[in-house]
Design a protein around this ligand. Structure first.
Ligand code: MV4
Length: 447
């Protein structure tokens, strides 16, 4: 087992990793930028190294600075968390060269899933269903027009370097194709330095349902059931839950099998997520694979009763997976609490938190790095807390979440608590009748 893990991240996930390391008897090293010197991850780690100024490219994204921190602290493994360098092939490769264990998949596995066309081709070979579309890259707009005729409108154009919605364009009719083609090219060139595009049939009003998987170094892969992540705004998730209200035992069996097949095919090592689009007829299609621990991992932890960070560390240390697939017990839901003003178009609301009280009680979990007196910096993601509730049924879980949200006190900054309170009272949400379009139509009431 590792003796000392350096956490190459900040905020709640850095704290989350430190907690598990402590329970496992592993020493921890925090890294931090000058904007984070008062952060709890710095206080709770055994050692802390300041690695630079607030701007991420010179701190949390700086590979040389992180490797220097590894060198001076003698850490034998790195946990990358989510975001930052967690899916960076170059970083994983440098860790391999330096003989410090990157807690996650290999550089090769990351790159196989990072390029969306390669990922899709790989999934076709693995026998996992994908959305009908182009075979690889589109050569030019002429080829796009020709193919769209065959597939039938609406179609969607996607950037091979994309993910999370960037460089994506939906086209409803032929006369709009060329314009959208040019815009998608420009957008993806600017965002990723790669303007490769591919095309798919546009799946209307889909649900976003993802499967958590674990793979060890010996080719064993299991799944831990699904999370429904359909409640999102501009590709930012607000609420995740497990099980999905749309799931059936039969569909879980089929999707779980596909998820395991996908990860096994690439000999996936570590914790990963297979994202699917599910249409109203319960057809499902592979969309992307996330080769990291995700923000919403606690939802799965609550329903399958596992510590996923502990599993990641064990797998990275070379332990064998001894368990089988896990089905959800009861219901869990997560509300992401961000420092944003929901009444002003979700504008970021950084600044000093003057008072902070988090909800408590049976079935309530809050993963957060903030406290009264903490200043939310403007340099990073605005997530300040994850409120996770669990209960025997979805109905009880929603009631508990509504109660817990009412208990949340955050003063000094604006948060997303009000929209969550309103969603918990929404009839269609309560009935489980929603898809990825839910928040487009949601009417936020003034308060
Ligand atoms: C799609 C789609 C419909 N049809 N692909 C959005 C992010 C990226 N991962 C893929 N996305 C989509 N791909 C086809 N063929 C609709 C979306 C999509 C979406 C997917 C999941 C969650 C929210 C979404 C919001 C808008 C569009």
């Amino acid at each position: 087992m590792f003796k000392k893990i350096l956490i190459a991240n900040r905020g709640e996930i850095a704290l989350r990793v430190i907690r598990t390391c402590k329970e496992m008897g592993i020493k921890t090293v925090a890294i931090y930028s000058t904007a984070d010197k008062e952060s709890l991850h710095v206080r709770f780690a055994d050692e802390a190294v300041c690695i630079g100024p607030p701007v991420s490219t010179e701190s949390y994204l700086s590979i040389p600075k992180i490797m220097a921190a590894v060198e001076i602290t003698n850490a034998d493994a790195i946990h990358p968390g989510y975001g930052f360098l967690s899916e960076n092939t170059k970083f994983a490769k440098i860790c391999e060269e330096y003989k410090v264990k990157f807690i996650g998949p290999t550089a090769d596995q990351i790159s196989k899933m990072g390029d969306k066309i390669t990922a899709k081709e790989t999934m076709i070979k693995a026998g996992v269903p994908v959305v009908p579309g182009s075979e690889g890259l589109l050569k030019d707009v002429k080829e796009a027009i020709k193919l769209a005729k065959v597939i039938g409108y609406p179609i969607i154009m996607k950037a091979t370097a994309g993910g999370g919605g960037k460089g994506m364009r939906v086209v409803w009719k032929e006369e709009d194709l060329e314009d959208n083609w040019n815009k998608a090219k420009q957008e993806s060139k600017a965002a990723f330095g790669n303007d490769g595009l591919y095309m798919e049939k546009f799946v209307e009003e889909p649900r976003h349902i993802e499967f958590q998987v674990l793979g060890d170094q010996y080719g064993n892969v299991i799944h831990l059931s699904e999370r429904d992540c359909s409640i999102q705004r501009r590709h930012q998730k607000l609420i995740e839950e497990s099980p999905s209200p749309f799931m059936t035992d039969e569909l879980r069996e089929k999707m779980g099998e596909a998820a395991v097949k996908a990860a096994k095919f690439i000999k996936y090592e570590g914790a990963g997520t297979i994202e699917f689009l599910v249409d109203k007829y319960r057809n499902f299609y592979f969309m992307e694979m996330n080769t990291r621990i995700q923000v919403e991992h606690p939802v799965t932890e609550e329903v399958v009763d596992l510590d996923l960070i502990k599993e990641q560390i064990r797998i990275a240390a070379g332990e064998k997976l001894e368990m089988g697939n896990r089905l959800p017990h009861g219901h869990a839901m997560e509300c992401r609490i961000n420092a944003e003003d929901v009444f002003k178009d979700f504008r970021p609301s950084p600044g000093k938190i003057t008072s902070f009280h988090s909800p408590k009680g049976h079935g309530v979990r809050v993963d957060s790095h903030v406290y009264a007196g903490y200043t939310v910096p403007s340099n990073y993601d605005s997530l300040i807390a994850k409120l996770i509730c669990r209960a025997p049924t979805r109905e009880e879980c929603i009631k508990k979440m509504a109660r817990a949200l009412d208990e949340f006190i955050v003063e000094g900054i604006k948060t997303t608590v009000p929209i969550h309170q309103q969603i918990m009272k929404h009839e269609e949400f309560k009935a489980g009748n929603f898809n990825t379009g839910f928040l487009n139509d949601f009417e936020l009431k003034a308060q």
